[in-house]
Design a binder for this molecule. Structure first.
Ligand SMILES: CC(C)(COP(=O)(O)OP(=O)(O)OC[C@H]1O[C@@H](n2cnc3c(N)ncnc32)[C@H](O)[C@@H]1OP(=O)(O)O)[C@@H](O)C(=O)NCCC(=O)NCCS
Length: 140
């Protein structure tokens, strides 16, 4: 398995089976062009994208840069082989290399697999949070 940072729209679209829904070419292009946005993809020897992790560097005057782990997913048929952990560790390493002060990830409290993966990659619990949202459903 090899983990590489995606640099083309084609690479992002080829990982679509790992996302929650269909990918859009314009959104993929916008993701690549956005400062501080990155996706690392784990490829098997035959080129199959087995998993991905995405991150966004967030900035704040009193916090410097922190890496938010946005999404992590491993193909269902490839789980429990260390890929999720390897992707998480790779993103954390990249955050360090970019000079981030730390990294964090929001996780559903009942997502045992994700909690185990982040803990095995060295994350510590930082308390519980409620998540609230607004949905606009706009075109972009
Ligand atoms: C979460 C997810 C990415 C884990 O990927 P994975 O490749 O199967 O994880 P790994 O094989 O690297 O496992 C990492 C650790 O978590 C543990 N783990 C993984 N799945 C687990 C499960 N279902 N229950 C308990 N522990 C689990 C492993 O035993 C391993 O522990 P260890 O390092 O101490 O041996 C995968 O389950 C997934 O894609 N889930 C759906 C998407 C999702 O929920 N993403 C997270 C959003 S926050």
């Amino acid at each position: 398995m090899e983990i590489r940072q995606a640099t083309t729209v084609a690479e992002l679209l080829a990982a679509e089976h790992l996302y929650d829904g269909p990918a859009r070419e314009d959104w993929a292009a916008r993701f690549l062009a956005a400062a501080g946005h990155l996706m690392l993809i784990a490829y098997e020897e035959d080129g199959f994208p087995a998993g991905f992790v995405s991150g966004i560097e967030m900035l704040h005057p009193d916090k410097g840069a922190e890496m938010c782990l946005y999404e992590l997913s491993v193909d269902e048929s490839r789980r429990r082989r260390g890929i999720g952990r390897a992707l998480t560790e790779a993103l954390v390493a990249e955050a360090r290399a970019r000079g981030c002060q730390g990294a964090w990830v929001p996780v559903d409290t009942d997502n045992e697999a994700a909690l185990a993966t982040y803990r095995s990659a060295g994350a510590a619990d930082e308390g519980g949070f409620a998540m609230l949202g607004w949905t606009f459903g706009g075109d972009d």
